[in-house]
Design a protein around this ligand. Structure first.
Ligand code: SF4
Ligand code: SF4
Length: 149
């Protein structure tokens, strides 16, 4: 199973259509809406976790692209709050790319943002929510602009 988190931007003329449901119906891709909002100029924006076979996700994204929906991976928006991280190591076992890894002999948990693919698995597994998606780094948004789902 392949998991990725994407930021989707919907043009205003399709913002009220149930397009996302088609990902399940047509492409067998599960989704989880993490955040969603409609901006003042009526562009719709969603942060969406997609789960499924890699090829199906690819097809689903192509479908969205055909509807003029822009999708970008949140890989560059993942960061670690070093004040919260207490080096428990839980994330290192789940990170598929080695972006989170144990450094020996210090046994320190290192986060290498360059290796991060944006799968979001560490965000869900971290017991103190030290791994975060930095919404303020996403152009046009602030945390307060979102309705939490
Ligand atoms: S799971 Fe969270 S607290 Fe534990 S090492 Fe990873 S980032 Fe730090
Ligand atoms: S650090 Fe690893 S687990 Fe976390 S989002 Fe990046 S690739 Fe996924």
């Amino acid at each position: 199973m392949y998991t990725r988190i994407y930021i989707l931007r919907f043009p205003k003329d399709i913002v009220d259509q149930p397009i996302i449901c088609q990902l399940v119906k047509q492409f067998d891709v599960e989704f989880n809406i993490l955040k969603a909002t409609i901006l003042p100029q009526h562009e719709g924006v969603m942060i969406l976790e997609l789960r499924g076979h890699r090829e199906n996700i690819k097809k689903g994204l192509s479908y969205l692209k055909g509807l003029d929906v822009k999708a970008e991976s949140i890989a560059t928006s993942i960061h670690r709050d070093d004040e919260r991280c207490f080096q428990c190591g839980a994330c290192t076992g789940i990170c598929p790319t080695g972006a989170l890894a144990l450094k020996r002999p210090e046994m320190a948990v290192i986060f290498d943002a360059e290796k991060c693919s944006g799968c979001g698995l560490c965000v869900t597994v971290c017991p103190v929510k030290a791994m975060e998606v930095s919404l303020d780094r996403i152009s046009g948004f602030s945390e307060s602009a979102f309705d939490v789902h």
